[in-house]
Design a protein around this ligand. Structure first.
Ligand code: FAD
Length: 462
């Protein structure tokens, strides 16, 4: 028997994931109420409950497309508000990954459009569109916990305070409270046990400054110099709609990031082309440095639980929180929203079960890519399979070739942006191309070295 659409859905948490969930639910429930404990500004602004918002947030091209699908017109509105766009312009991006630089003139030849909103701007654009939906209502109030009916093994709403008098009944509750979710604790209290967790200890420390850089000094809009095995510090710079740059520096594997603007400039000197680091030095830092610690990437395996109550679904970072230096969290929330839409459209009554399976399927390839990157290239610790290191080494070879082969670079940048497929697995022909390319480079370097040795030997001695 299929599931009838419901009367009332409740979403806990009005951040990116919660708003995407509300959008999808509004097509299937007569009323959707979103509860948020934090103040929600009516313009783009940082929020205290989302401290990560002060650090640069890459919006993947796939995420932009998914958000546009959920909220048609969003991208045009962002552009009208001054959000920079990267469009088929190789000079828009400097992209360094694991010690290799891909954003050269040769790359990004084909269609590739990406948007660079600040995190507060994107969240505000999404929020105002979600809250404009007639059957979506926002209540500025924290939720104490879901209301659980033990006899039915079902969540039947939420409790605003600890007592039942504060209950708000609902057919479905969405937990979009972020990586600090208490759902595992509640599941244990209700007798279901906690989900197992897959984790990678990445030991990331972020330090971010907003910087005003005089016009005309940098053509690029996105500058990324990712950490590598030998360089535990990384850097990301995004040019935002307000005309300022977000300059985020970070350390991996518990190496502390730069502590002030002058240390950030010194790191920029090390990691970036001279014209960009010189521009950073000419920049004027605004406000204070924001710091953030992100010790562990965490995937809560709800899909592996034997029993799960009906009436509640975990969503967004509450399910999986990826190493943020890969810039995938918001895009993966938008992909979860697509999964939720499919499950609700199917009419299957097992919403939680079907959604957790679908989300495991979309999470797996992306989690693998970041876990392999972290465990083999970023000195992280965690559950590594024996084959992570060889695959990481192969990728190092691939990225080395992609520095000078635009076809490989473009493939990598599109997959990294989660376009085309979530799997970062090159085809046999791309692997062959990588081997040939690197072999050619090796021969060229070897011939050049022996030529210069010959030339040196020919110099007559006095
Ligand atoms: C340092 C850092 C950098 C990042 N960089 C990127 C990036 O470059 N690109 C990218 O795509 N992603 C990035 N991410 C990830 C991104 O921030 C998240 O994936 C995204 O915000 C989606 O999270 P969410 O909506 O699930 O949870 P959150 O954004 O954490 O929001 C949870 C919401 O729930 C509310 N809430 C919690 N408890 C309650 C309660 N009991 N009652 C009511 N409300 C409640 C909170 O107030 C908050 O508003 C980064 C993360 C970090 C930590």
């Amino acid at each position: 028997m299929g599931r009838e659409d419901g009367q009332h859905a409740v979403v806990i948490g009005a951040s990116i994931a919660g708003m995407c969930a509300a959008r999808v639910l509004s097509d299937h429930y007569a009323k959707v109420t979103v509860f948020e404990r934090d103040d929600l500004p009516d313009q783009p602004a940082n929020r205290s409950a989302v401290p990560q918002g002060r650090h640069v947030h890459l919006l993947m091209a796939r995420g932009a497309a998914e958000f546009e699908g959920l909220f048609p017109g969003l991208l045009d509105d962002m552009v009208a508000a001054g959000v920079p766009v990267l469009e088929n312009r190789p000079d828009c991006i400097h992209f360094g990954a694991a010690g290799h630089v891909l954003g050269t003139q040769a790359t990004l030849r084909d269609e590739f459009t990406a948007y660079v909103p600040s995190r507060p701007h994107l969240e505000w654009q999404i929020r105002r569109r979600a809250l404009a939906i007639p059957n979506v209502e926002l209540v500025r109030r924290g939720i104490a916990q879901p209301r659980y009916d033990a006899a039915e093994e079902r969540v039947t709403g939420v409790l605003l305070d600890a007592d039942d008098a504060s209950a708000i009944p609902a057919d479905l509750v969405v937990d979009a409270t972020g990586r600090g979710t208490r759902l595992p604790v509640w599941l244990e209290q209700w007798g279901f046990g906690r989900p197992t967790e897959t984790t990678v200890d990445v030991g990331i420390g972020y330090a971010t400054h907003q910087v005003h850089i005089p016009d005309g000094l940098i053509e690029e809009k996105v500058v990324v110099a990712g950490a590598s095995h030998d360089q535990p510090l990384g850097l990301g710079m995004l040019f935002y709609e307000d005309g300022n740059w977000g300059l985020t520096t970070y350390g991996t594997a518990k190496v502390p990031p730069p502590q002030n603007f002058s240390e950030m400039c010194a790191l920029a000197d090390q990691l970036l082309p001279a014209h960009i680091s010189a521009a950073v030095r000419k920049g004027e830092p605004i406000g204070d440095v924001a710091f953030h610690k992100y010790p562990t990437s965490r995937w809560r395996r709800y899909d592996k639980m034997d029993r799960f109550p009906t009436g509640i679904i975990p969503f967004g970072d509450a399910v999986v929180s990826f190493n943020p230096t890969f810039g995938q969290g918001m895009t993966m929330s938008s992909i979860q929203a697509g999964n939720l839409r499919e499950v609700l459209r199917s009419g299957d009554p097992d919403i939680a079960g079907k959604l957790s399976q679908a989300t495991a399927k979309t999470t797996w390839p992306v989690w693998m890519m970041t876990a392999i990157g972290d465990l083999s290239l970023h000195n992280a610790t965690g559950e590594a399979q024996w084959w992570y290191r060889p695959v990481g080494d192969l990728f190092d070879q691939f990225l080395g070739a992609a520095e000078t082969d635009p076809v490989l670079a473009e493939w990598f940048l599109r997959r990294f942006s989660l376009l085309d497929s979530l799997w970062m697995v090159p085809s046999a022909s791309l692997i062959g191309r990588t081997i040939r390319h690197n072999a050619r480079l090796w021969w060229t370097e070897k011939r050049a070295a022996s030529r210069s040795r010959r030339d040196r030997d020919r110099v007559p001695s006095r």
